[in-house]
Design a protein around this ligand. Structure first.
Ligand code: PEP
Ligand code: MG
Length: 829
């Protein structure tokens, strides 16, 4: 008999679900619970061992279905699987179905003797009945989503308004308008000149391209017609929710950003040096091709479409909530607009018609409908609305992903392009192929965001934080960029192209010279050797690092092994990756940093809920210490790889001494386990920590007594010291590692470390900036670890230096009070 396991943070909830499911299944199906944890003060949580016990209680080779609530329940269930023997594992299935409905549906299905596959299907489909019943009750447009039904406006009430917003009725005000109308029972239409559109459809209102001073006629019919028009009048009076200072803001922003650039140029934050010239490609994730098929059951297909649409809408709500934290509520409203794009009545009517009348499958119907809408946006003569084209495709793909149950595929281009995106997740940037991606330009991000770091590592010229980006370029347009200065040419003239190509050749030639000497050690003219190492995210990065003269790896960001997949790599996979990196390095040292999840490196399956301040939240070592089931396999893998290679272990995001001590205890446990299992490891493994929180700087003395080395993470240290987020373009000037505050912190840490007799590295992005090299050498750093592409230039710079002069320079920098003064002084060296 099939067994069912209910995993919940709450023992009471788990028991309640069991009670309900048992009653439905007339007590004939074995159901076990794993709820809460063994802590009478705080019993909410999940415990993998309880899950193991519950599985064993109902285990049968017919199959066991495990349903769980959320967050760590998934992790606990996954961990529990690892404790089962391989034979048992084959019969246990973790299922994403909703807990209550899923448990009941599964229990009933199991009761009638169905197979485990049928039970899983029943659980997964358990929301269908509810959805079918509730869809008619969900807020529906008063107008039936049938674009072809005749509109009778003879009885309509009317309202004329003159658009007052300087930017006209762009996406945000229209989203406000639709949200307002949805609260009333009335059909509302807008006419501009002789064009009439349904006011509930953002896609139709967009086609009006209503600008400041345009006259709009609103016509409303239905029970709430008068109230609706009155509310619209108030909204219009309030500038449709736009700030009245948007005019000034727009003007100031533009003049500030474009002060020294022409109307054919844009200025962003330089993120990775190099020149790129090529056609624009927007980053829109690619899905597998949509296959067309004939559907027999139109109702079922329509329901499948509605379910996918609802899921995409819910996802967008989450994205909006997260974006509110990072870019602010106003900017995040674009995701509300994306929701409205998806929910536009005529779009749904079109899909419905295709499913029922033409018997097309939902994917094919939706794709055609969304492409038509996107094409209409692209043809609009208003730049702001045209820019929403990317939103149409983006939100449209979200629904397709749901329908196809697709995971985001790798970025793929057939010809070399300049990639233009609102922003890129590190996991997406990590997949970029430098042969196909000539350059990257993003509207969001800062110079030390992980996307920028990765672009540098890949040697792809990149510019981030380009205000106004998406509305100024179109797909296929040839643009040019200089990643060293942050300048973008939207329509480069032949003369400019010649000049840029020349600059590109010079840059390549200089790099070539540096590369030729890059394998020689970096020793100052007066004989001080500085170790120059590489930062890597993957074992294969070692090849480029060594080719560029790296004397080791100073930072292996292991979190990238955990990204872009559905579950964590196990001990064996990690051991293989660490050993491979070490083997490629030969005798050169390899510093492996334990998982630094969180912040701007989300890993969805780890169950970290969206946080108001992810950089201040559950990240790095904090997360690992709370999740030994995840941390221990990593420690074991690193230790085992250390048996044969010169490996060191490094901990990220250390804030307290206690965190280091607890990790050491865990390491002891892991070492004991390895000894017991007769698995070799380096008994004298060196342990170091990242100094990247202000707390670690101030606690450097006791920390230095506890570990073998420090590595200063200026990317995070800068954002925390300056209270300026590293990925936020608006505060990029503050989040500059050459701020006097940061330099003082580096000096303090180096001094404390050397007094305690340990060595110090610096592995933040500052290490790869040749402008900062004399300062860092003068401050006494023993090692600089950077992206591989920067190594030749930094080594060349070190060889030109004189240690005593560099120390004088550092002394001078420490007396300066602004980043500008420091940069000027360094530029003059
Ligand atoms: C840093 O914070 O400087 C660092 C090197 O770590 P990461 O960039 O991976 O956060
Ligand atoms: Mg860091």
């Amino acid at each position: 008999m099939i067994g069912i396991v209910i995993v919940s943070h709450s023992a009471k909830l788990a028991e309640g679900v069991r009670e309900l499911a048992m009653q439905m299944a007339r007590e004939r199906v074995p159901i076990a619970v794993a709820g809460g944890i063994e802590d009478s003060n705080d019993p909410i949580g999940t415990d993998p061992m309880r899950v193991v016990a519950a599985i064993e209680a109902v285990y049968s080779t017919d199959g066991v279905l495990v349903l769980m609530d959320l967050g760590s329940a998934l992790m606990s269930a996954e961990t529990a699987l690892e404790f089962l023997d391989p034979e048992q594992q084959k019969h246990v299935f973790l299922c994403e179905a909703p807990l209550v409905e899923g448990a009941i549906a599964a229990a009933v299905e199991a009761m009638i003797g169905s197979s485990i596959t049928q039970v899983i299907a029943a659980a997964r489909n358990s929301l269908a009945a509810k959805l079918q019943q509730l869809v008619p009750l969900l807020p529906q447009p008063a107008v039936q989503p049938d674009a072809e039904s005749p509109i009778n406006l003879t009885e309509a009430l009317t309202l004329k308004i003159i658009v007052s917003n300087r930017l006209g009725l762009h996406a945000r005000p229209v989203a406000k308008l639709i949200e307002l109308i949805s609260q009333f029972s009335a059909d509302v239409y807008i006419t501009k000149n002789d064009m009439l559109v349904n006011a509930r459809s953002i896609n139709q209102v967009a086609t009006l391209t209503a600008r400041q001073s345009d006259e709009l006629l609103f016509q409303a019919v239905g029970p709430d017609a008068a109230a609706t028009l009155a509310a619209i009048q108030t909204l219009a009076f309030n500038n449709f929710g736009d700030r009245t200072d948007d005019d000034q803001l727009g003007a100031t922003d533009a003049s500030a950003t474009l002060a020294t650039v022409t109307s054919h140029e844009l200025q962003g934050i330089p993120a990775a040096a190099g020149i790129a010239i090529g056609p624009v490609a927007f980053y829109v994730s690619v899905l597998p091709p949509v296959l067309e098929r004939t559907v027999d059951d139109g109702e079922a297909e329509w329901l499948r479409f509605q379910t996918a649409l609802q899921a995409a809408v819910v996802e967008l709500q989450t994205v909006q909530a997260q974006a509110q934290q990072t870019v602010g509520a106003t900017e995040a409203e674009i995701f509300a607009a994306q929701r409205l794009i998806l929910q536009a009545p005529e779009l749904q009517a079109q899909v419905r018609r295709q499913i029922f009348d033409e018997r097309r499958n939902a994917e094919a119907a939706w794709q055609q409908a969304i492409q038509q809408v996107a094409a209409r946006y692209q043809a609009l003569d208003d730049a702001d609305w045209r820019a929403r084209f990317a939103d149409v495709l983006d939100s449209g793909q979200r629904v397709l992903r749901q329908l196809m149950q697709a995971v985001l595929p790798p970025l793929h281009f057939t010809q070399p392009v300049i990639l233009v995106a609102e922003d890129l997740l590190p996991s997406a940037t990590a997949q970029l192929d430098p042969k196909k991606i000539l350059g990257v330009v993003t509207a969001g991000g800062g110079a030390t965001s992980h996307s920028a770091i990765l672009a540098r590592a890949l040697g792809i010229p990149a510019i981030v934080g380009v205000t106004d980006l998406l509305s100024r370029v179109t797909a296929g347009q040839t643009i040019a960029l200089d990643g060293g200065t942050g300048r973008i040419w939207l329509a480069p003239t032949p003369d400019q192209l010649v000049e840029l190509r020349q600059k590109h050749s010079q840059w390549q030639a200089a790099q070539q010279v540096d590369r030729q000497t890059s394998r020689q050690p970096a020793i100052t003219r007066d004989g001080k050797p500085i170790r120059v190492a590489a930062n890597i995210s993957h074992p294969n990065d070692v090849d480029l690092a060594c080719a560029n003269g790296a004397e080791g790896v100073g930072l292996f960001r292991t979190e990238f092994l955990f990204m872009g997949r559905n579950q964590a790599p196990d001990e064996a996979e990690q051991w293989a990756a660490y050993s491979l990196a070490a083997r490629k390095l030969g005798p050169r040292p390899l510093i492996i940093r334990t998982l630094d999840v969180g912040g701007d490196k989300p890993i969805p399956y780890l169950g970290i809920r969206p946080e108001a301040n992810p950089f201040l939240g559950w990240r790095g070592l904090r997360y690992c210490l709370d999740n030994p089931a995840l941390f221990k396999p990593q420690l074991r893998a690193i230790l085992r790889a250390s048996a044969e290679h010169p490996i060191k272990l490094m901990l990220p995001m250390v804030s307290t001494l206690d965190e280091v001590q607890r990790t050491k205890v865990l390491l002891q446990i892991v070492q004991d386990e390895l000894r017991a299992a007769k698995l070799a490891f380096n008994e004298a493994l060196e342990i170091g920590i990242m100094i990247e929180t202000p707390s670690a700087v101030l606690l450097a003395e006791p920390l230095a007594q506890t570990v073998d080395f420090f590595s200063i993470g200026t990317n995070d240290l800068t954002q925390y010291l300056m209270a300026a987020e590293r990925g936020n373009a608006q505060v990029a000037t503050l989040a500059n590692a050459l701020q006097p505050t940061v330099i003082r912190a580096i000096q303090q840490v180096v001094q404390v470390a050397h007094t305690a007799g340990i060595w110090v590295s610096l592995c933040g992005e500052l290490a790869g900036n040749p402008l900062a090299t004399p300062l860092l050498v003068g401050l006494g750093l023993d090692e600089l670890s950077m992206n591989a592409a920067a190594i030749p230039a930094v080594k060349a710079r070190i060889r030109q230096l004189d240690l005593v002069q560099a120390q004088d320079l550092a002394e001078k920098c420490l007396t300066l009070h602004s980043v500008t003064e420091i940069e000027h002084l360094l530029a003059a060296v």
